[in-house]
Write a protein that binds this ligand. Structure first.
Ligand SMILES: NC(=O)c1ccc[n+]([C@@H]2O[C@H](COP(=O)([O-])OP(=O)(O)OC[C@H]3O[C@@H](n4cnc5c(N)ncnc54)[C@H](OP(=O)(O)O)[C@@H]3O)[C@@H](O)[C@H]2O)c1
Length: 334
């Protein structure tokens, strides 16, 4: 292989038109400098939060990507060339690279880690053992402080992060409620994942359905924000906790949504609302992975994967995150 293929961000996407903002480009195989490695992607991780980096906003948790540069994303792949003392050719690694067949990576800037290539399915490094697993565990256990008997609600419950948050809350002994789009996803959440109840936010009246939850919602793992958060707030239990994981409902706009109309409920119900962000607890990754691996090996937790093949199909895979076309983790296999 003498050529590299990569996706370039050409302009800021307007609304949902991500395809109009990116193009698939070719280049000669990139050279690496001292301290860098070249990684051949096995899988690219599709993550909804990356949509924010395409926008202009300066006050997000990452600076916006520069126009005309390669689109950045999480990569799982093998090192094919190394000029870094800690990484060798053949190592399987995961970290921030590019939406490309080959990524040039500076490990210290990319949160790059070597991962075990000997496990039965390396995709789990983007599943239970990946950032979504860490995020779900942190959000449920540390931020929301879920305990046995709690009523826990998860939005985007059938997505990569949500599906793990639901299972972790169940392992901890909670009654788990999920919000997802469409009857098929809701049936899957109840029948396959064993949720107490899944509510179809596209067809049901969320507030009305949540009002039936005896004792109210003790902990809400929120992946979406927006109008769904407004429907949830009056249905929180006294002293409830909201772990704010993501704001999917707002990523395609300019990043600013209207604040919750029911903000007053935070006082009335004495709620605690806390945002959390996975890079902040990367140093805890090993500890989180030990717990997650143990549950994985016991068969208590799993990630369903939605795999699309080919670098040319990245955008159709990415679109699923916003149109709801996925159950579980969306990956592109190269
Ligand atoms: N804080 C952190 O460190 C951290 C780390 C990782 C991810 N996250 C956040 O976690 C959330 C999930 O991300 P993911 O990458 O795991 O994606 P994902 O959950 O696999 O996919 C997104 C799902 O969200 C649902 N959705 C999309 N737009 C929606 C909307 N406007 N309202 C309600 N539901 C909507 C869709 O399912 P339906 O069919 O149900 O609509 C879609 O399948 C994102 O907000 C992301 O930013 C945060």
């Amino acid at each position: 292989m003498t050529q590299n293929y990569y996706w370039r961000l050409n302009k800021r996407p307007e609304g949902d038109d991500v395809a109009g903002a990116l193009s698939l480009e070719t280049e000669a195989m990139p050279e690496i400098a001292d301290g860098q490695i070249l990684v051949k992607s096995a899988y690219l991780s599709m993550d909804a939060g990356t949509r924010m980096w395409m926008t202009e906003r300066e006050d997000g948790y990452q600076p916006p990507l520069e126009l005309g540069t390669k689109m950045v994303g999480l990569v799982l792949g093998y090192i094919v060339r190394s000029r870094h003392a800690d990484f060798a050719e053949g190592d399987l690694v995961r970290g921030f690279g590019q939406w490309a067949r080959y990524s040039v990576i500076e490990p210290e800037l990319a949160g790059l880690v070597k991962v075990d290539g000997g496990i039965s399915d390396i995709k789990q490094h983007f599943g239970v053992l990946g950032f979504n697993g860490w995020t779900a565990l942190w959000g449920i256990q540390e931020t929301a402080g879920v305990k046995a008997g709690d009523n826990v609600l998860v939005s985007a419950a059938a997505g990569a992060t949500g599906v793990l948050a639901c299972q972790i809350a169940k392992i901890l002994g909670a009654n788990v409620y999920g919000l997802a789009g469409g009857p098929d996803k809701c049936r899957w959440l109840e029948n396959d994942l064993g949720l107490t109840r899944a509510i179809d936010y596209k067809n049901d009246d969320i507030a009305q359905e949540l009002a039936k939850v005896d004792g109210g919602i003790n902990a809400y793992f929120d992946n979406v924000g927006g109008p769904i958060l407004d429907a949830v707030l009056p249905n929180m239990a006294l002293y409830g906790r909201i772990a704010l994981c993501g704001l999917l409902a707002q990523y395609s706009g300019d990043g600013r949504g209207q604040g919750p109309v029911n903000f007053d409920q935070i006082l009335m119900k004495r709620l605690r609302v806390e945002g959390f962000f996975s890079p902040d607890f990367m140093d805890q990754g090993e500890r989180l992975s030990v717990q997650l691996k143990d549950w994985l090996e016991q068969g208590l937790i799993d990630t369903p994967f939605d795999v699309t093949e080919g670098i040319e199909n990245v955008l159709s895979a990415y679109d699923k995150l916003f149109s709801g076309g996925n159950i579980g983790k969306v990956l592109v296999k190269l």
